[in-house]
Design a protein around this ligand. Structure first.
Ligand SMILES: CC(C)(COP(=O)(O)OP(=O)(O)OC[C@H]1O[C@@H](n2cnc3c(N)ncnc32)[C@H](O)[C@@H]1OP(=O)(O)O)[C@@H](O)C(=O)NCCC(=O)NCCS
Length: 199
């Protein structure tokens, strides 16, 4: 997909792709996790997550040009998801880690990564509810989860993070959301077929 953003020199056009991550991406996922978040995981955690739920880890990449490497896809963001089954409850999805490199924020990559992950949760695991933890001070992520999606705060987990900060425990009902996503996709297809001339 093509995105544009304003810079001091004018408008920059970016080619971006979002694809399922694989074990070969672990070095990049680990690096982005270290750069963007204080909650860091061992590489083995990423490998196990990918192998356990291969359709729930997505990576965003930007096409770049380099004098030595030529054209290449630079990883700039990721989302990790997994499934879990609380006692006496249905299987649910969980977003375990999300990050976008600073230079590539506010391009709706975070939103698209979550969309891909939650769509896969419903399609591959028949999950109806997604949950996550977020630092109470993380306003950007809170806005993304609450305003763009419809995550609701279910409670506060006291001193959830190793540095002592509390976490909001949030969840979202995926059944209504996925129906809306499908409807929007159908509307787009309809629009395209009505506005595409046959030559
Ligand atoms: C949270 C994060 C993943 C968002 O990624 P992003 O690609 O910049 O987010 P998007 O461009 O998709 O933003 C979608 C919406 O989120 C909200 N949002 C994102 N960044 C925001 C900010 N800095 N301030 C306020 N709202 C913000 C807005 O509502 C935005 O919608 P809008 O652009 O239509 O206003 C990114 O800021 C990040 O990597 N932060 C560090 C790691 C982190 O906190 N991860 C989440 C851990 S739970």
């Amino acid at each position: 997909m093509n995105l544009s953003r304003s810079t001091l020199d004018g408008v920059e056009h970016l080619s971006v792709r979002i694809r399922q991550a694989c074990v070969n991406d672990v070095v990049h996922l680990h690096r982005m996790n270290l750069i963007c978040l204080a909650e860091n995981y061992h590489s083995q955690y990423f490998i196990v997550s990918i192998l356990r739920c291969p359709t729930l880890t997505w990576i965003a990449e930007v096409l770049e040009e380099d004098a030595v490497l030529g054209r290449f896809w630079r990883p700039v963001g990721y989302v990790f998801g997994r499934t879990q089954q609380p006692e006496n409850a249905e299987v649910e999805g969980q977003i375990t880690s999300l990050a976008v490199l600073k230079k590539y924020r506010s391009l709706h990559l975070g939103r698209k990564l979550i969309q891909r992950c939650m769509t896969a949760m419903t399609e591959f695991y028949d999950v109806r509810r997604c949950c996550l933890h977020v630092r109470v001070s993380n306003k950007a992520a809170m806005k993304l989860y609450c305003d763009v999606f419809n995550f609701q705060v279910e409670g506060v987990r006291s001193r959830y993070y190793p540095d002592g900060e509390d976490a909001y425990f949030m969840s979202m009902d995926l059944t209504g959301w996925i129906a809306e996503e499908h409807q929007e996709f159908a509307n787009q297809q309809q629009f395209m077929s009505e506005h595409t001339a046959i030559v």
